[in-house]
Design a protein around this ligand. Structure first.
Ligand code: FAD
Length: 371
């Protein structure tokens, strides 16, 4: 048997469900380029599990960034009818720490922590005979999960899927959406790039959501349950356009990827995320790290780098590379132990003398540092 077949056999044999109370680690198995700045990351648990979720729900991840652990939410873009893996599809946000870390460092084999699924943005929770899915940019992910689930069932649906993008080259899941539209009766796709960009032969509509565009792709839009996700200006424009055209607001649903906005629109969902993050954090021991010369003590979790945690709490420590290369932050341990993963910024002789690099060390006990 090849590796892949052996792996498949394991997945088919073990049908235990992923349970966030018991399971928290996912391992990346594949990375797929969707567009020039959007990538899909496929994950599975270390031991085979089945994921149970409603399409449109998200997971809250904890990523081990060099600066310490950071939490972010990502919608599951894969189909719940293919429950052995989950995928997230992430757009690079300029200067965004997590989205860029995922693009640059998450590869097959990378382990991440995840809790969930959570969230209430799923057409399953408010079923309707006809849907209009409106997506912009990375907001396509919950609508893609719903569409993939419909496609996996193969029963006729009545869905108009609109995806707004900057150019045809920015259309996420373009080929797959076109394929679903060819194979699933009643599923129609209308890509709406703002401009043709490099695709000279683009024959479809161009521009932004408008009354004319809606009349063209979904003349019966007033009868449709609308599910909208995308950048805030996109969702604001969609909502006011539909309102102005007489669409019943009770048939309109939207999800924000901006955590603060999600928290104000859906406090219960945000509270669930924050509670889960707090429970996760409480499961990791926290140690007191005292800097004797500075006369300051900070709380550092066992999974945080000491320099980053101390800086977050206002302690000014000299450092340069922040990744264990240069040795600028070298300091002496008076008492306690650390877990250090340096990249050559300290010599073995120095470590034997009790020196360490706070930028790449996590505490294993309370710590007193001569600094
Ligand atoms: C429900 C939900 C689903 C999402 N799904 C997707 C998706 O499918 N694809 C995609 O590309 N992006 C998605 N996002 C956005 C994603 O979480 C990140 O905000 C985005 O990738 C940018 O992160 P960044 O660190 O690169 O940039 P930043 O701009 O630094 O991050 C965005 C801001 O969000 C805040 N924030 C984000 N998550 C949390 C959290 N869990 N707790 C507290 N604060 C938080 C941060 O404080 C930060 O200010 C989703 C967001 C939410 C809330």
């Amino acid at each position: 048997m090849t590796d892949a077949t052996a792996h498949l056999a394991r997945h088919l044999a073990d049908l235990q469900t992923w349970d966030s109370e018991a399971d928290d680690t996912l391992v990346c198995t594949a990375v797929v380029d969707e567009t020039h700045d959007v990538r899909t990351f496929v994950f599975e648990p270390p031991e085979p599990r089945r994921f149970a979720y409603r399409p449109g729900q998200f997971l809250t991840f904890e990523f081990a960034l060099p600066s310490g652990p950071v939490n972010r939410c990502y919608t599951i873009s894969s189909s719940p009818l293919r429950p052995h893996t989950v995928a997230i599809t992430v757009k690079r946000v300029p200067n965004g720490p997590v989205s860029n870390w995922l693009h640059d460092h998450c590869a097959p084999g990378t382990a991440v922590k995840a809790i969930g699924p959570m969230g209430e943005f799923s057409c399953l929770d408010d079923p309707a005979p006809k849907y209009l899915f409106l997506s912009g940019g990375s907001g396509i992910t919950p609508l893609m999960a719903m569409s993939r689930a419909f496609a996996d069932l193969g029963r006729p649906v009545d869905v108009v899927f609109v995806h707004a993008a900057r150019t045809p080259g920015d259309i996420v899941f373009r080929a797959e959406l076109d394929l679903i539209a060819r194979r699933l009766p009643g599923f129609r796709v209308a890509h709406l790039p703002e401009r043709a960009g490099g695709e000279a032969g683009w024959a479809g509509p161009l521009g932004r959501l408008s009354a004319e565009f809606l009349a063209l792709v979904a003349p019966d839009f007033k009868e449709r349950s609308v599910w909208c996700c995308g950048p805030e200006p996109f969702m604001n424009a969609a909502r006011s356009l539909l309102g102005a055209l007489g669409h019943d607001p009770r048939l309109y649903h939207q999800e924000s990827f901006d955590f603060a906005k999600l928290a104000s629109a859906e406090p219960e969902v945000a509270a669930e995320v924050l509670d889960a993050e707090a429970a996760e954090a409480a499961a990791v021991p926290t140690y007191d790290v005292t800097f004797t010369k500075l006369g300051q003590t900070v709380k550092v979790r066992a999974d945080q780098f000491i320099l980053a945690a101390a800086r977050d709490q206002g302690v000014r420590l000299a450092a340069s590379c922040t990744e264990g290369l240069c040795g600028t932050c070298k300091a002496k341990i008076v008492s306690g132990t650390v877990d250090m993963s340096h990249k050559g910024g300290i010599r073995k002789k120095e470590v034997d003398q009790g020196l360490f690099l706070p930028c790449c060390s996590k505490p294993k006990s309370d710590l007193v540092v001569d600094r």
